[in-house]
Design a protein around this ligand. Structure first.
Ligand code: F6P
Length: 550
């Protein structure tokens, strides 16, 4: 017998006549109050959704009956909630204030995760302070002016969005930062163009220290330093951030230049760990600490607040409504802030690597859709690319809008205009434009009647297109930490409700394994063994022919 669809009652609610309408719900003050949640200056406005009070009650009921309370307690108790890898997911310990007690399962039993994190954080702080003070210098005695982070996936995306957000347009950043993730050698070459080896510090960020891309970039960077400054200079220019201390030692990095963390930190949750060292070097230690504090504020809220007032839980439930009740397989994230232009890329990993799964914790296929595809760009740029599709395309695509009320530049009018666009987009999606309104708009522009007939259908926007609106006072390190932690916990809640393991990523392994086997076949005169099928063989033959290596 197939497992029961726990989301079926929601789908029944979504199928009620008129249930997809949003605009009529916006006048319901009681509902709007229930769907506007706050944590200090941060608000999550879910009013522009088709979630009416019956749907909201059903969603909250689902969270209760699905045992979300118990899951949340086990998460914070450091239980091995990453079932397939038998690991805890205790990234919260990295942001807990000194002295907090938070255990996490490690190998065969619990360990004091917060104390371990605090000890490593103290070493990181000391290192950052000494680099900024010019006490730790390059091999030739010159102070560092640039830090290059070599890492991919979670060892790149989180640190990159945060560093960019906290240093963009800031003239007094202590060190310039570059990021190299791709194994395409162009990425490293581009990052190093114009860099002075004597003043460049490399961070090899890799939880596993076995990732092919990062190993290749680290070896190339090492050769670049050795060629410019001599082999003996290498030690002064490299730092490693990893859980795999034996592999780091084999690479030749001495223990005092290694910052470690445990396997209870998932790669995509590691920006708060030593993997975030680039943030502290580029934005300053106080900014990194404020980032952790902001995330911890969200951790405490998520841990303690009742579901109906809990921002991560409610954001998760709104997503469940859109995916499992209304069957919307896509979502867009629009941060109206240039500093957050890499946020969609980070959330793509946090969400899609975490919850892009089709089997449950017991290995059996789940009976419902899980993670939607997400994509995004900063507003207003997005309005000039894909928002046409979001307003008028055949598919309904829920949107997350993100906006700070205050800017950090000296053009307040420009920020008001930006905010007007964000709010206008959310309203336009909800209300749309009727045929009558389209005709009236054309008439007001003096359009001749025949032209009105011809053009009006093209101006109609169906409306009833949902969005969440996240608003806070300022984008600073604290609010950014809070924002990213909001999404992390939302992902954990959704993963639990879908019955999947949000903390593993087995799907990325297959392609890596195949690539290793194919490399010989791509070399001149290489063996043809290991080619998966005739189509791949033909593709490889064409690749080699184009390189004159047939
Ligand atoms: O793509 C798979 C993955 O394991 C991610 O989960 C991870 O963030 C990335 O590779 C990099 O891994 P590492 O930090 O171990 O180099």
């Amino acid at each position: 017998m197939p497992p029961p669809d726990r989301f079926a009652p929601l789908a029944v609610l979504a199928a009620r006549p008129g249930a997809g309408r949003i605009a009529p719900l916006l006048a319901d003050a009681r509902r709007c109050a229930r769907l506007t949640l706050t944590l200090d200056d941060l608000s999550l406005d879910l009013t522009r959704t088709a979630i009416d009070e019956a749907a909201l009650d059903a969603l909250l009921g689902l969270a209760t009956t699905a045992g979300l309370d118990d899951f949340r307690a086990r998460l914070f108790a450091g239980a091995p909630v990453n079932v397939t890898e038998r690991r805890a997911a205790m990234h919260m310990a990295l942001r807990a204030p000194d002295g907090t007690v938070l255990p996490a399962w490690h190998r065969n039993g619990p360990e004091d995760a917060a104390a371990l994190a605090a000890a490593e954080r103290a070493r990181m702080r000391d290192f950052v302070v000494r680099v900024h003070a010019g006490e730790l210098r390059g091999a030739t005695g010159l102070p560092f002016t640039r830090v290059v982070n070599l890492g991919i996936g979670g060892s790149d995306l989180g640190p990159r969005v945060v560093t960019e957000a906290l240093t963009m347009a800031r003239a007094d950043a202590p060190l310039a930062a570059s990021f190299v993730a791709n194994m395409d050698a162009t990425a490293l070459a581009a990052a190093l163009a114009g860099c002075d080896p004597a003043r460049t510090l490399f961070l090899i960020a890799s939880k596993s220290f076995t990732t092919e891309e990062t190993a290749a970039n680290a070896a190339a960077a090492r050769a670049w330093i050795a060629a410019a400054l001599g082999e003996s200079a290498v030690g002064a220019h490299f730092v490693a951030l990893s859980t795999n201390l034996p592999a780091v030692a084999a690479f030749g990095i001495p223990p005092e230049r290694v910052f470690g963390f445990r396997d209870w930190v998932g790669g995509r949750y590691s920006l708060w760990s030593p993997v975030g060292l680039v943030i502290a070097l580029a934005a300053g230690w106080p900014a990194f600490q404020a980032l952790l504090d902001g995330a911890w504020a969200m951790d405490c809220h998520f841990r303690d607040a009742p579901f109906a007032a809990n921002l991560p839980v409610m954001l998760a439930l709104a997503g469940i409504w859109h995916i499992n009740a209304e069957h919307r397989p896509t979502r867009s994230v629009l941060a109206y802030d240039e500093r957050l232009r890499r946020l969609p890329a980070h959330l793509q990993q946090v969400e899609m690597e975490s919850n892009g799964k089709r089997v449950g914790l017991d290995g059996a296929p789940v009976a419902w859709p899980t993670q939607p595809v997400i994509f995004g760009e900063p507003g207003t740029s997005a309005q000039h690319s894909f928002m046409q599709l979001v307003h008028q395309g055949p598919a309904v695509i829920p949107v997350d809008f993100i906006l700070a009320a205050e800017a950090d530049h000296d053009r307040p009018a420009a920020h008001r205009a930006l905010a007007a666009h964000a709010i206008a987009q959310a309203s336009a999606l909800a209300h749309g434009r009727s045929a009558a309104a389209a005709r009236a708009s054309l008439a007001a522009r003096g359009t001749p009647p025949a032209e009105i007939d011809r053009l009006a259908p093209h101006l109609v926007c169906p409306g009833d297109r949902p969005s969440a609106f996240i608003l806070f006072r300022r984008l600073d390190a604290f609010s950014l930490g809070r924002l990213i932690a909001l999404y992390e916990h939302k992902v954990a809640v959704q993963g639990w409700l879908w019955g999947i393991d949000s903390f593993d990523q087995w799907g990325v392994e297959l392609g890596k394994e195949l690539a290793g086997g194919l490399e010989p076949a791509l070399s001149p005169g290489g063996a043809v063994a290991g080619i998966p099928d005739p189509a791949a063989a033909s593709l490889i033959a064409r690749f080699r022919a184009l390189r004159g290596e047939a």
